[in-house]
Each structure stands twice: as C-alpha cells, then as structure tokens.
Design a protein around this ligand. Structure first.
Ligand SMILES: Cc1cc2nc3c(=O)[nH]c(=O)nc-3n(C[C@H](O)[C@H](O)[C@H](O)COP(=O)(O)OP(=O)(O)OC[C@H]3O[C@@H](n4cnc5c(N)ncnc54)[C@H](O)[C@@H]3O)c2cc1C
Length: 355
C-alpha cells in the first residue's frame, strides 16, 4: 500500500512529495498540468512587501526554511534552480525614497533592504527617483525544478490525468483509487480545488494574474526590477513581466485591458525596445483571510488539503509542507493561522457568497 496519493503537482504537491521522499514513504502523484500557477509564476522568492515596506507574514521564518531546502534539491539533483538576484525597487517620488531609508533601518527588514538608495540606473531603465536594492532574494525556476523531480519517478509514482473524484473509494483505514491503495490522499490542486467535492467549502477566492514574456536585448539580466510590475530576467534576453491582480475574474483568459495595463507599467520603468513573445493568464490560489489552507477533512480522516499558497508559494511551500507532514505523521498540531478548522463553520453551513 502507498502512503499517499498526491493530487496536483505544483509547488504544494512537489514539496509534500519531497517530505515523503525524505522518509522513504511511497507515493503516487496524479496531475494534469493544465492551469498550473506554479508553471506560470515568476518564481520570485521575497520575504518583504515592497508596496508598504514591511515583512511578509512570517517572512524570515519561511525564508530560513526555504533556502536550504532549494539548495539541498540543487545538490541532490546536480542542477541549478535558484538564481540569487537583487530586486531593484524603483521609486516614483521623493516620499518613496524617504520611506525606504526609514524602513531599511527597521529590525527584521534590515537584512533585506540596503540602507542607501541609488540614483543611477542601468541601460534601458528610466531614472525616475532612483531605486533601493533588496538583497538575499532571488528567482526560482519552478518549471525546471518540477521537471527534474518528475523525471526521476517511475510509472508507479506518477500518473498524468485529471483526478476522477467519483473513482475514489474511501474506507476507514485506507483509500483506493482505480486499484491503487493508499493510506491517504493529499489534495494539492491550487485553484482546481474549486472542483473538489470534499474541500470546495473552503473560501479559496483566487486572483487572476496576467503576465508577458518579452525579449529586450538591451536590458541587464543581473537584477529583478520592481515598480508597478516585476521585470524578472529568465535568460537569453528574455524577461517575465507582470502581473495583474484581479480577484473578481476567475477565467484563465488573457485580456486587452491586461495587456494595456502591463505595457503601461513596463514603459514607466524602461525606455529600451522590447518585443512581446507571449501573454498568459493564470489564477493564484488566494484565500479570503490571505493565509494558507492545511489540514484534514472534518469527516474523512484520510483526506487532507495543502492549498492557499496565494502570491508567495516559493517562499512558503517548503515550511508549510513540513508542518503538514508533522501534522499527518507525528500528530503535531498545525499553527492555527493555517489550519482549515478555522473554517469549520463554512463546512457546517456552506455559504458560497465568498467566491
Ligand atoms: C501570474 C502569477 C505570478 C506569480 N508569481 C509568483 C512569484 O513570483 N513568486 C511566488 O512565490 N508565487 C508566485 N505566484 C503564486 C504561485 O504561483 C502559487 O502560490 C503557487 O504556485 C501555487 O502552487 P499550488 O501547487 O498550490 O498550485 P498549482 O501550481 O496551480 O498546482 C496545482 C496543480 O494541480 C493540478 N490539478 C488541479 N486539479 C486537479 C485534478 N482534479 N486532477 C489532476 N490535477 C489537478 C493543476 O493542473 C496543477 O498542475 C504567481 C502566480 C501567478 C498566477
């Protein structure tokens, strides 16, 4: 019997599978990579909030767990997936410069925000009011990491199909899916959770993000630029540029307004020529209270969920996977902020008005 069936293989499914692999526990990953947020994300790993100059919720704690985790993956798989790069936060007023200097001296933020700001900009970047540099951050090449992991699995460990909820037989001590027996199922479906008959009571709101891939040979690949949008280098003169944030639209479709908005933000930052290579859209798995969703189904003790990574999956997923692992295997309590039992009332009295 397998230990777990993992449904969905984005950052959540990947990190949970890594936890099981560490324990030599057998698993089967079932994934249909259709609308994967992980495969569309910029992959930026940043524990700060650059709009308000604050630390993200538990930003340092998540980062301290995540970085050694990605380094271990790189040495085990003999590959490079994490690219350390500074983020240059561009300013549009003298007020923003002042706020930066004040924030850079605060405890918690000072390991990340350089205390001085720069007024010279590199080729192709508009000068505006200069920029501050965020250190100890970077970009994860998520798709390469997922692919590297998948190629090491044999046919008993992965299945590329849409999970058929009606085919799951649930017993007290086990589950059976199309003849495969396992102790439990861990659903890591991102926004696909909306179709899950056991967990769709959870207030996963979802926020659509549209982004561009551009070619801009004059821009440097040595930093991520932030100012309205992120411009993140991905090699070969290419850049990921985005993203829009729309919690009211849940359709994976690009729009003319999205394109116009991204281009206008991009052009306030750069004056270098660029070519749009593609324009895409995907839904982030965001939650009404902006905290992740981890835990066990209120009625079926062998069904679990790992979701709600929101806008910071790269940063949070490693430590969250550890919390979920310890909850399932060591019966350790989950931190209340992420435990789905905070939404027990939604299960008892389903209310769809939050989506
Ligand atoms: C435009 C955009 C930019 C972003 N940029 C960043 C960033 O820079 N940094 C950052 O940290 N985060 C970023 N994010 C957020 C990040 O992508 C998410 O937090 C994270 O990837 C979510 O991972 P997940 O595994 O929960 O979901 P997903 O990555 O969506 O994975 C779920 C997987 O499950 C599959 N699936 C779902 N239902 C089923 C089913 N029934 N059967 C089989 N398979 C199923 C899906 O097809 C998918 O492959 C961004 C998101 C978007 C949309």
């Amino acid at each position: 019997m397998k230990h777990s069936i993992i449904v969905g293989f984005g950052l959540a499914g990947f990190h949970y599978a890594q936890q099981l692999k560490k324990d030599n526990k057998e698993f089967l990953i079932i994934d249909k990579p259709e609308n994967s947020a992980s495969r569309n994300a910029a992959g930026i790993c940043n524990p700060t909030v650059l709009k308000r100059y604050t630390l993200a919720w538990k930003g340092s704690e998540f980062l301290n767990y995540a970085m050694p985790n990605y380094k271990r993956f790189e040495s085990e798989f003999k590959t490079t997936v994490f690219h350390p790069l500074p983020i240059h936060r561009h300013f549009f007023s003298a007020g923003e410069q002042n706020s930066w200097v004040v924030a850079s001296q605060e405890e918690g933020l000072n390991p990340f925000l350089e205390s001085t700001f720069h007024t010279k900009s590199s080729e192709g970047i508009r000068r505006n009011f200069g920029y501050g540099s965020v250190k100890n951050v970077g970009r994860l090449d998520i798709s390469s990491m997922l692919e590297a992991f998948l190629t090491t699995l044999d046919f008993n460990q992965k299945l590329e199909e849409r999970f058929d909820y009606a085919a799951l037989e649930i017993y007290k001590e086990k589950v059976v899916y199309k003849g495969v027996e396992a102790k439990n199922v861990v659903f890591c479906e991102g926004f696909g959770l909306k179709n899950n008959p056991w967990f769709n009571y959870l207030p996963l709101i979802g926020s659509k993000g549209e982004y561009l891939k551009i070619k801009a040979p004059k821009l440097s690949q040595k930093q991520i630029i932030k100012g309205g949008v992120f411009i993140s280098p991905i090699g070969q003169d290419l850049f990921w540029v985005g993203a829009t944030f729309n919690p009211n639209n849940k359709v994976n479709e690009i729009s003319a307004e999205g394109l116009k908005w991204i281009r206008s933000k991009l052009e306030t930052l750069i004056d270098a020529p660029y070519e749009v290579i593609h324009h895409k859209a995907c839904i982030r798995p965001t939650v009404s209270d902006r905290r992740p969703l981890l835990g066990q189904h209120p009625e079926h003790n062998n069904l679990y969920v790992f979701n709600g990574l929101g806008t910071r999956g790269v940063l949070m997923a490693p430590l969250l996977s550890c919390w979920l692992h310890d909850f399932i295997h060591l019966k350790k309590e989950l931190p209340q902020a992420v435990a789905i039992n905070r939404f027990e009332a939604y299960f008892c009295i389903p209310n769809k008005s939050y989506v």
